[in-house]
Design a protein around this ligand. Sequence first.
Ligand code: NAD
Ligand code: UDP
Length: 314
Amino acid sequence: MPASLTRNLITGGAGFVGSHLVDRLMQAGEEVICLDNYFTGRKANIAQWIGHPRFELIRHDVTEPIKLEVDRIWHLACPASPVHYQFNPIKTAKTSFLGTYNMLGLARRVGARLLLASTSEVYGDPEEHPQPESYRGSVNTIGIRSCYDEGKRIAETLCFDYRRMHGSEIRVARIFNTYGPRMLPDDGRVVSNFIMQALRGDPLTLYGGGRQTRSFCFVDDLVEGLIRLMNGSHTGPVNIGNPAEFTIKQLAELVRDRINPSLVFVDHPLPQDDPLQRQPVIDLASAELGWVPTVPLEHGLEPTIAYFRELLAR
Ligand code: NAD
Ligand code: UDP
């Protein structure tokens, strides 16, 4: 009898990160079920696999239970950009809580391992810098980012309670700002905003003067980290991010210099609860997963710009 293939369920598989993960697992010869409600995901992201015998596509909302036979659940379903998660914040909170609850229930029923795509947002506007996994965070429970931040915090809690109560096999990744091809051009995130603005010849919008910092991880590096976490024995939470820290103004300069050095910057107010600094400590990922990012921002911007350029040309 041939050895059976690993059956993967990727929730949010038609989204930005999820679709790159679909590619990697399909290229590795595994079985993939991509589940998505297409809120921010697009069929175009996974169109290359439609019709492949190891690939299935299911339109489903994770706030509803589903029965499937799988070995691994990569639970990524959740809007990630502030513009999208604030569009219907109650739905975002439901997606995080009920979605994770339903996927943990499925994992328990079939004995699957579940990886949760958590976020650096669990650290809120951090008072400790850079942020190790031991930092417990500074999150406003009632602000406009809370539906997402608190949603991910309760999702992490659910994972660990399922582990304590039922012995569920869980993995929790705290993902820091990630960028790359297949981000949505209108998702309001800073990398896509700046690139689209620059390609259109518009001023680059610096919120709060662009003095706040972020650490940007290229999507291929992130996916490699997620795969190592899923395959390894460490439960997490583990930070997956690129520790190179940039001010938003520095990012704007990098994008401007690559696309059109004559562009100007325009100031906008800093949105409520927008974290002033963010940088991961990745010692744990390095020690437990043997993972470090390999793509510097200057390099990762090139294929990202090329992707948006092609999108605009279509
Ligand atoms: P994305 O918005 O591109 O992808 C999310 C996917 O989930 C989309 O395909 C969307 O349609 C789907 N989805 C949303 N709600 C759903 C629901 N109720 N039922 C079924 N599908 C649903 O975002 P992304 O950047 O690919 O993020 C993927 C995951 O990684 C998210 O959980 C996000 O919180 C996490 N994350 C991402 C980043 C980042 O910088 N990209 C940072 C931290 C954490
Ligand atoms: N930002 C900005 N201009 C933009 C979009 C975003 O200055 O056009 C800032 C935003 O205020 C935040 C940072 O860039 O401080 C990163 O924003 P993003 O939405 O990409 O991610 P998050 O805030 O969730 O880390």
